[in-house]
Design a protein around this ligand. Structure first.
Ligand SMILES: [Zn+2]
Ligand SMILES: [Zn+2]
Ligand SMILES: [Zn+2]
Length: 252
């Protein structure tokens, strides 16, 4: 399986519009972060986790030529607003693109993108999507995806485990029952927002404590805010933890 970080920034992306801070003005390409999303390629298929507002740009950068399914963690703007652009792949493939989300997330997607699900929409040019509510592990082309419930402030959202890898973004708390689903990982992709505490996001230090508890072989931090410059932050991490960056690919 190949895993590509399509976007590794927090909800605003980096640079943050209008911000003149050192990281937002950085010439280091690793400090340019689009909104969070992950591409998984296996068995000739392409699956993305979340469709960020930057999805079209990300798909071009990654030279995606197909899209077979979308998994959603939750329906915040930085994770869903690119959904309209999956239509390019639908036009080519001409089969409905399955999307997977929990019931609450799917209800929000149906509200935000009501026109996509409107059978009488008179303007054409829409993607056809096949919504699936997930509440248990499910298979996609030979790979089992296990939803990993976490708390994002007070909002229950999903991370996903697939084989020996997992993606957990936007969490503030991981319940013990979900930590148990994340044992024995080769690769953990984990959100780490910044140093300063946030009511709905894990800090770098809190995410390091999760790593310490789970001990995956390698961890990549994502959903990064402009407080964490790549060059300034990388030396603070142990060798088995790295900051992801946009376009980074891993072969698993
Ligand atoms: Zn987010
Ligand atoms: Zn900034
Ligand atoms: Zn969120």
């Amino acid at each position: 399986m190949r895993l590509t970080f399509l976007g590794t920034g927090t909800s605003t992306g980096i640079p943050l519009l209008g911000c003149g801070c050192e990281v937002c003005r950085s010439a280091d390409p690793r400090d340019c972060r689009t909104r969070p999303s992950l591409l998984l390629e296996f068995d000739g298929r392409a699956v993305v986790i979340d469709t960020s507002p930057d999805f079209r740009f990300q798909a071009l950068q990654a030279r995606m030529t197909r899209l077979d399914a979308v998994l959603f963690t939750h329906a915040h703007a930085d994770h869903v607003l690119g959904l309209d652009d999956v239509r390019g792949f639908y036009f080519r493939q001409q089969t409905p693109i399955p999307i997977y989300a929990d019931a609450q997330c799917l209800a929000s997607i149906r509200r935000i993108f009501a026109y996509i699900f409107d059978g009488d929409y008179p303007y054409g040019g829409l993607a056809k999507l096949e919504p699936n509510i997930i509440d248990r592990p499910f298979p996609l082309w030979g790979l089992t995806f296990t939803p990993v419930p976490v708390l994002h402030g007070s909002l229950p959202i999903l991370g996903f485990r697939f084989g020996q890898a997992a993606y957990v973004t936007d969490f503030s708390t991981i319940p013990d029952s979900s930590l148990a689903l994340l044992e024995g990982l080769e690769v953990l992709v984990l959100a780490a927002l910044r140093h300063k505490p946030h009511p709905a996001h894990s800090t770098l230090e809190q995410s390091l404590a999760v790593v310490e508890r789970l001990r995956p072989r390698q961890t990549y931090f994502t959903h990064i805010a402009h407080e964490l410059g790549h060059q300034q932050t990388a030396p603070l991490l142990p060798p088995h933890v790295e900051l992801a960056c946009d376009g980074l690919t891993l072969e698993l």
